[in-house]
Design a protein around this ligand. Sequence first.
Ligand SMILES: *[C@@H]1O[C@H](CO)[C@@H](O)[C@H](O)[C@H]1NC(C)=O
Ligand SMILES: *[C@@H]1O[C@H](CO)[C@@H](O)[C@H](O)[C@H]1NC(C)=O
Ligand SMILES: *[C@@H]1O[C@H](CO)[C@@H](O)[C@H](O)[C@H]1NC(C)=O
Ligand SMILES: *[C@@H]1O[C@H](CO)[C@@H](O)[C@H](O)[C@H]1NC(C)=O
Ligand SMILES: *[C@@H]1O[C@H](CO)[C@@H](O)[C@H](O)[C@H]1NC(C)=O
Ligand SMILES: *[C@@H]1O[C@H](CO)[C@@H](O)[C@H](O)[C@H]1NC(C)=O
Ligand SMILES: *[C@@H]1O[C@H](CO)[C@@H](O)[C@H](O)[C@H]1NC(C)=O
Ligand SMILES: *[C@@H]1O[C@H](CO)[C@@H](O)[C@H](O)[C@H]1NC(C)=O
Ligand SMILES: *[C@@H]1O[C@H](CO)[C@@H](O)[C@H](O)[C@H]1NC(C)=O
Ligand SMILES: *[C@@H]1O[C@H](CO)[C@@H](O)[C@H](O)[C@H]1NC(C)=O
Ligand SMILES: *[C@@H]1O[C@H](CO)[C@@H](O)[C@H](O)[C@H]1NC(C)=O
Ligand SMILES: *[C@@H]1O[C@H](CO)[C@@H](O)[C@H](O)[C@H]1NC(C)=O
Length: 498
Amino acid sequence: MIMRLFIILAFSTLTVLLGAGFSDEESKFYSNDDRQALLALKSQVSENKRGALASWNHSIPLCKWKGVTCGHKHKRVTGLDLGGLKLDGIISPSIGNLSFLRSLNLEDNFFSGTIPEEVGMLFRLQQLNMSYNTLEGVIPTSLYNCSRLVVLDLTLNRLGHRLPLEIGSLSNLKLLLLSKNNISGKFPISIGNLTSLSTLSVLDNHIEGKVPDTIGKLTHLIKLQISANNLSGVFPSVIYNLSSLESLAIAANRFSGNLRPDFGYKLTKLEKLHLGGNSFSGDVPKTISNISALTHLELSQNLFTGNIPVSFGALHNLQYLGLAQNSLGNNLVGDLEFLSALVNCTHLQMLDVGYNRLGGELPIHVANLSNELANIYLGGNLITGSIPHNIENLINLQSLGLENNMLTGRIPTSLAKISGLISLYLNSNRMSGEIPSDIGNMTRLEYLNLFNNSFQGSIPPSLGNCRFLLYLRMGSNRLTVVYLKSSCNVSLLSTCTC
Ligand SMILES: *[C@@H]1O[C@H](CO)[C@@H](O)[C@H](O)[C@H]1NC(C)=O
Ligand SMILES: *[C@@H]1O[C@H](CO)[C@@H](O)[C@H](O)[C@H]1NC(C)=O
Ligand SMILES: *[C@@H]1O[C@H](CO)[C@@H](O)[C@H](O)[C@H]1NC(C)=O
Ligand SMILES: *[C@@H]1O[C@H](CO)[C@@H](O)[C@H](O)[C@H]1NC(C)=O
Ligand SMILES: *[C@@H]1O[C@H](CO)[C@@H](O)[C@H](O)[C@H]1NC(C)=O
Ligand SMILES: *[C@@H]1O[C@H](CO)[C@@H](O)[C@H](O)[C@H]1NC(C)=O
Ligand SMILES: *[C@@H]1O[C@H](CO)[C@@H](O)[C@H](O)[C@H]1NC(C)=O
Ligand SMILES: *[C@@H]1O[C@H](CO)[C@@H](O)[C@H](O)[C@H]1NC(C)=O
Ligand SMILES: *[C@@H]1O[C@H](CO)[C@@H](O)[C@H](O)[C@H]1NC(C)=O
Ligand SMILES: *[C@@H]1O[C@H](CO)[C@@H](O)[C@H](O)[C@H]1NC(C)=O
Ligand SMILES: *[C@@H]1O[C@H](CO)[C@@H](O)[C@H](O)[C@H]1NC(C)=O
Ligand SMILES: *[C@@H]1O[C@H](CO)[C@@H](O)[C@H](O)[C@H]1NC(C)=O
């Protein structure tokens, strides 16, 4: 008790000494500029949305206004957080008068117009988040004067034009998040000056040209996300030096060339690797299997050849494996050996190796894959054999795509035990036998394609239980034609060729 009293006394003495103990009257005086600036900001918010800022009035002390944080010493506005208030209108240039501002959050509103140049006057600014608005025009060059910025998040706006050289002056920046805008032109070489960066995210813009070598200087980079732009050239060799990377996303660009065989010995900390939708060719590096933390591996839609490494089975944390639409496999017996090896990837949820040149028999081990698997896509290959009876082990399966192969045999009745199955594609194979009436047990089924096989008998009326069926194709078989819609309680069914 005595101790506490002492502290209180000591504290109040200190505040008096420092002259920081303003009365309400005084603080009103000291923050007059801030008050004016905020009221000007409010006046630019459209009238019907201003209600969210009702507390911004003269009967409430400034520092208690919604979203406003003041410094302890000077009672100046140091933080403004208007995130998610659904405000619209424009951002008033008066914001530049909040000269003590360190943190500005306008995220998730409907602000339009441009980012006022006056933001560049906020030289104390460390955090700026204007993501999820509809801001357009150029990112004002003055903003690059805010050299104390640590976070710059402008994700999802309509900001355009190229990134200028001046961006290199933000030497304290850790997070640069500009995804989902309309940024064009090349990366400025000065991007290499941002040596504190841990995340560079410019997904889904129109940036073109090569990735500058200076990016190799960003040795603290943990996330490099530049997918969905128009970048070209070989896999930038400097990226192999960014050994701290945990997430590398360069998908959906125009990159080409081979990956180095020692890939996995260089980027050893990767958890997510997205290279899909480029023109990479050559072998998939076997050393990727040494990246033990890898959870997401997406290499689809490239020109990779050779085998899918059996060593991928060593990736025990793998959840997502996407290798579709390449030229993997050689229509040989061993092509699917990797499938058996993947049984040790007990967290696998998504396996997509469709539309390659994989041959050989569907291994019975496919049913021993992780029971967390939700999606298996093996369609568009040269796979023989039949669906194993123990397929029911994959009890959490939602999509099974085996179409456009050379599969034979029946649909195993046990398949119907996978009650959560939503999509089943078996079209264009050589499967035969009757369609088990148990198929109607899969009541969640939305897409069922059995087209172009040799199924016989009749279409089971139990299909009428599949109340969510949207797409049903059964033609080009030897089925007895029945008018299914009458037995179906299916108002949803949009495509039905039986
Ligand atoms: C901002 O500051 C400038 C210069 O001090 C002043 O002329 C202007 O009126 C201020 N604007 C607002 C809205 O406070
Ligand atoms: C000022 O804001 C407070 C809190 O939102 C509100 O209760 C009060 O009615 C407002 N006063 C005026 C004059 O708008
Ligand atoms: C910025 O705001 C968005 C939307 O609220 C949020 O998701 C994001 O994490 C924020 N950015 C940073 C760097 O905190
Ligand atoms: C930004 O800095 C440049 C010089 O580096 C200066 O000319 C300009 O006036 C500054 N802009 C703002 C808005 O402070
Ligand atoms: C980037 O760094 C180089 C050398 O470190 C320096 O000469 C240059 O002025 C910097 N550029 C910017 C825009 O900060
Ligand atoms: C994106 O920028 C281009 C010019 O680079 C422009 O023609 C286009 O209208 C912009 N799109 C949007 C949505 O702002
Ligand atoms: C990508 O860049 C090339 C030229 O380098 C251009 O022809 C093409 O239109 C660009 N594509 C997009 C989607 O911007
Ligand atoms: C990459 O690292 C190697 C070895 O550490 C070094 O020799 C090389 O100069 C670096 N390359 C770049 C572009 O930084
Ligand atoms: C890389 O992984 C392979 C196959 O899992 C293993 O045989 C090899 O020893 C590993 N190499 C290193 C350097 O860890
Ligand atoms: C799976 O792991 C077990 C135990 O670690 C091991 O004995 C087996 O060889 C592995 N199987 C495959 C296909 O890698
Ligand atoms: C595969 O699963 C079956 C049960 O369906 C089991 O009998 C068999 O031992 C499993 N095989 C492996 C290699 O785990
Ligand atoms: C399908 O449901 C019927 C009736 O509940 C049941 O007798 C049958 O065993 C089920 N089939 C499968 C494969 O689970």
